[in-house]
Design a binder for this molecule. Structure first.
Ligand code: HEM
Ligand code: HEM
Length: 179
């Protein structure tokens, strides 16, 4: 990503998606694989489904602004690291898209939007819903893997002296190094 094109709005959108998606992934896996309490699983499920539905338009807006951006620069650079970053970033966008759409379509109950309104079930065919649920599960695994690669690359760059974490947050959170 060319820093001059990484705008204030894109930084906000990255920060918001980072917080929400890290929560959805960690609590989703906690509910699915670790917790044995039916109440905890139910509470996480209801809250996360509403949160992810609310988050969907924010993410699609972010994708509209950033998906595939800067490809001409990247291809011209001939730099393998830039190709790799471009590939991982854009795969993260595509996979998140699959996860959001499949999550919405696989619902077997109305979506309770924090008690304010309800969204109906879209697909009633059980077999089709089963396939979509399967893609949600696998989409989440691929996304978790991409996220690990993404964060590992950020740490690697940071340790190599490229202070990209400093430029990642919009101004109010920006920690100045000036004395
Ligand atoms: C612990 C979590 C995360 C950290 C520490 C982190 C860190 C960063 C940093 C430092 C950059 C800027 C790279 C640069 O300046 O070249 C970046 C860019 C990016 N990150 Fe993350 N990130 C995290 C989570 C996420 C998540 C959950 C997504 C999900 C889509 C994501 C997607 C992206 C994308 C697509 C870019 C490229 C710029 C853009 O399109 O916004 N990151 N990340
Ligand atoms: C970026 C968005 C999303 C992320 C990161 C995410 C993540 C996860 C994870 C990690 C799980 C547990 C593993 C599994 O069973 O597959 C899960 C399950 C589930 N997700 Fe998502 N999800 C997202 C979007 C959605 C959306 C938009 C909906 C529905 C509107 C949804 C509905 C569900 C449901 C129904 C389950 C099954 C367990 C439960 O009832 O909580 N997800 N999700």
């Amino acid at each position: 990503m060319n820093h001059s094109t990484y705008s204030y709005l894109q930084k906000w959108l990255h920060a918001v998606s980072m917080i929400i998606m890290v929560w959805l992934m960690s609590s989703g896996y906690y509910a699915a694989l670790i917790s044995r309490s039916v109440d905890v699983k139910g509470a996480i499920s209801t809250f996360n489904v509403a949160l992810a539905t609310l988050f969907a338009p924010v993410f699609f807006f972010r994708m509209y602004l950033s998906f595939g951006q800067g490809y001409a620069d990247v291809f011209r650079s001939g730099d393998a690291m830039r190709y790799a970053a471009f590939l991982v970033h854009n795969l993260m966008y595509l996979t998140t898209c699959v996860v959001i759409v499949s999550g919405f379509l696989m619902m077997n109950r109305e979506i309770d939007m924090f008690g304010l309104f309800y969204l109906p079930v879209v697909i009633t065919d059980l077999q089709l819903r089963g396939w979509i649920s399967f893609s949600h599960t696998w989409g989440c695994c691929v996304l978790a893997l991409l996220l690990v690669v993404h964060v590992a690359a950020v740490i690697k760059h940071q340790l190599a002296g490229k202070l990209i974490l400093k430029g990642m947050f919009p101004k109010p959170f920006h920690v100045s190094t000036h004395q």
